[in-house]
Design a protein around this ligand. Sequence first.
Ligand SMILES: *Cc1c(COP(=O)(O)O)cnc(C)c1O
Length: 403
Amino acid sequence: MSQARLPYGRQEIAAEDLAAVEACLRSERITQGPRVREFEAGLEQVSGAPHAVAVSSGTAALHLLYQALGVQAGDVVVTSPITFVATANAARYLGAEVVFSDVEPDTGLLDPVDLERTLARLAQARRQPRLVVPVDFAGQPADLPRIADLAAQAGAQVVSDAAHSLGASYEHAGRTVQAGSCTHSVGAIFSFHPVKHITTGEGGAALTRDPEVRDRLLALRTHGVHRDAERLVRPRDDVWAGPWYYEQDQLGYNYRLTDLQSALGCAQLARLDDFLARRRRLAARYDAALAAAPFAGRLAVLGLRPQRRSSYHLYVLRVLPAPGEAARDVAARRRDLFLHLQRAGIDPQVHYIPVPWQPFHRDDAPLPGAEAYYAGCLSLPLYPSLSDADQRRVLEALADWVG
Ligand SMILES: *Cc1c(COP(=O)(O)O)cnc(C)c1O
């Protein structure tokens, strides 16, 4: 009997999604219709961010947000090495330089202590960073209040890469703060790639609390053109102008999300709470199993800081080093575990290869936290339709490896 392979993540598409997309296809507007704004309003509601701008991908959201915040050639953007390459690439699109600051080895989150050192080094070199971009890795919010303070002292703004943390939150000053709310950042982004919490196929959103940034995002999303009567160089009543008239006053892009995708996004968003509940239940069961024999002391779960509630985009386990074991020996055992799971019909993943290890981004500055984290990390299957029996299969294959 052959069992279906278990991926590390996948989308959930239900009858409601099909109905929503079909209704859109049968309507007048399939690109820039009313559903885009409806989806944006839904995102504003779940995140608490005042303004959401839906775009064609999470990467496009990063690009537009960095640009709308004034990132230019020669600027410095500080981010985490443990992220998808897009977080750094968006800065490179604008000609900015990326400086990687180290992570905590047990959470994969930007380490505020190392960030302070990184910002001090930049200050010494008289380089004021434009942005600091923490990543809510695996769904756990980064220490945004502290990072916001450090960034403010360095004269930088904060953008929160919340691609993993839709539905996550943290406690601050007696309040619950939603990931992506822009409470401790000027802007944030979400991604709706099929492995993320909700999907629109490809898709993303930029969020901000600044209405001027929102206006810049809207213009950049659509070629840099506008129809705003007050800003038109040639007035509408000019003989060469009229009701059709628009002007382009800056270089923008076509980064729009379609109405079709937004219809899917609205239907998905309506089920976000169910998705999160199922992910959290599965994560709790992995946690309990991995804390007990035969795993305790050999494998560990990702560190979770107090006062933070993860949305569990990923379920990351860590192969623990034996006392005195070198990182490359841990990496060899992690590699062996990956291949073992593959042979058992499970497709885990490794999140992430440190970005400065990529030939394009190559930076040899030592990042011991990122190296220690990367040596042992492995993402197990986690998605709402993963059944209890599927999860048992994963745990049995792990037990088999631990021996
Ligand atoms: C997925 C992801 C992105 C990019 O999102 P896309 O929608 O795939 O372009 C950015 N940052 C992180 C951390 C991600 O996981």
